[in-house]
Design a protein around this ligand. Structure first.
Ligand SMILES: [Fe+2]
Length: 210
């Protein structure tokens, strides 16, 4: 009888500890996956780096393309908001051309597109910016990069994060070499979410503490 009790106890505590390990692994969320910087991080000085990429100071026109807002929160792995994070972002214009002297793509430049911004996350780690859906661009005669926005994210006490944000429902995602080699979970974390408003996308970023 004593033996039975002991065995049941051992069995129950084993089930209990497996459950605890499982619960812990669910709580420990993965941080936003990393991606390469790519060759087009801006190298020309640019005074204007505000959160509206659809207008350039001193010009009257609007950037060409589909205007969208991207918003989200920067969080740590326990999902606590992280304020005062530097969010450095850059992207191709709607034609798939970077405002970068080394971009040899023959697609047109857009003088009304700001192309680069440096923002700070504010209260509750929130940030937002206005931009256009970047165009896809060729990387060889047969391959294209799917639309994406590059991010460099940094804050003292956290691992710096270099990544690329993707858009949902882009046919080219399935053919993009960098996107394709991520797991389904990583792809989900790197892809902005649609919202009830068709021009607003949500993209939360999860940082690792040092
Ligand atoms: Fe790129």
């Amino acid at each position: 009888m004593e033996n039975m009790k002991r065995r049941t106890f051992l069995k129950t505590s084993l089930v209990g500890s497996v459950a605890a390990i499982f619960a812990n692994s669910l709580q420990a969320r993965i941080s936003t996956p990393r991606e390469m910087e790519g060759p087009f991080y801006p190298i020309r000085p640019q005074k204007e780096q505000d959160a509206d990429l659809t207008q350039v100071a001193g010009k009257t026109g609007l950037a060409q393309g589909e205007i969208i807002e991207v918003f989200g929160q920067v969080l740590d792995q326990d999902l606590n908001p992280v304020e005062d994070v530097t969010i450095d972002l850059w992207q191709a214009n709607s034609f798939g051309r970077y405002h970068h002297p080394h971009d040899t793509n023959e697609a047109p430049l857009d003088e009304n597109f700001q192309a680069w911004a440096i923002l700070q996350s504010g209260k509750e780690g929130r940030y937002k910016f206005k931009t256009i859906i970047p165009g896809a661009y060729p990387i060889s005669t047969s391959r294209q990069r799917t639309p994406h926005i590059h991010f460099k994210i940094s804050k003292k006490g956290y691992e710096s994060l270099l990544t690329q944000m993707y858009f949902p429902n882009q046919v080219l995602n399935a053919q993009d070499n960098l996107f394709k080699r991520k797991s389904a979970e990583q792809q989900a974390m790197m892809t902005a979410k649609t919202t009830t408003k068709s021009n607003k996308y949500q993209y939360n970023i999860i940082l690792d503490k040092l």
